[in-house]
Design a protein around this ligand. Sequence first.
Ligand code: NAP
Length: 274
Amino acid sequence: MILVTGAAGTVGSEVVRLLHMAGCEVRALSRNPEKLSLPEGIDAVYGDLAKLENIGAVLDGVEKVFWMLPMDADFNFPQLARQSGVRHIVLLSSQAVDIGQENAIARLHLNAEQAVRESGVSWTFLRPGGFMTNSLQWADSIRSEGIVRIPFGDISSPAIDSRDIAAVAAKALSSDGHEGRIYTLSGPEKVTPRQQVGIIGDILGRNLGFETIPDDIAREFMLKRMPVEIVNALFDLSSRSQEFSAVLPSVEEVTGRAPYTFKKWSVDHIDAFR
Ligand SMILES: NC(=O)c1ccc[n+]([C@@H]2O[C@H](COP(=O)([O-])OP(=O)(O)OC[C@H]3O[C@@H](n4cnc5c(N)ncnc54)[C@H](OP(=O)(O)O)[C@@H]3O)[C@@H](O)[C@H]2O)c1
């Protein structure tokens, strides 16, 4: 049995689908399991990764886990999984770990990696860069005003399709040879937010506007939605994005196919922007 956490999320939902297609027995975890839309035959269970009091039942009979980290994750999870008989954890970490403990987003993922290592369970760490799905944050202003206003509009990075991260995760969970491996993952090409908006506009057949807004205005807006240390961490990551801009062969090396382009992602998600 493979437990997939974050089963409602962009990566986890695809991990569930791919493992099911590969014939694996899957248990899908969510805080709202009744809302999951799952292929037939998959067990949906309630679980909160920030409150592990009742996690024993969720882990019963589980051999492998896909662990997606919420911001409030309880780092005892790997230890409890090990005690319950789990043999392997595939952790959705982040390329941000390279920045180190002073960055709150890096710290979350570094602490999780450390907890997995210390648990004694065998592991695979996935360290993706920025997700293509982050562009969904622009959907409201594209739909209502035909414009995107963000900071860092001209910084390029090889954003990755969540489906490619999931494909690597599914391989690591369903085949041998991934134990103790760290896969740093990227998309197939560097693209700036301005170019991404252009691609979405081309597919929509609309001429979309793009404005790079000053950092202080962006910061004020973000502070209304996120804790200050996360806002600081995101600015830190964006200003150092050149350090994470390499296009890497890892998705293709593990899955045997090239990662999806932003154009492909946009075609497949275009309804969100209509
Ligand atoms: N976005 C990026 O660019 C990026 C880059 C590198 C790494 N990452 C990492 O990738 C992971 C996924 O990020 P995302 O923003 O794309 O996520 P997402 O797809 O929006 O999914 C978030 C999931 O977290 C689950 N969740 C939240 N709190 C939970 C809790 N306490 N217990 C159990 N499940 C909980 C939610 O499930 P329910 O509500 O159904 O419980 C939801 O399915 C994060 O760890 C993030 O740090 C993201």
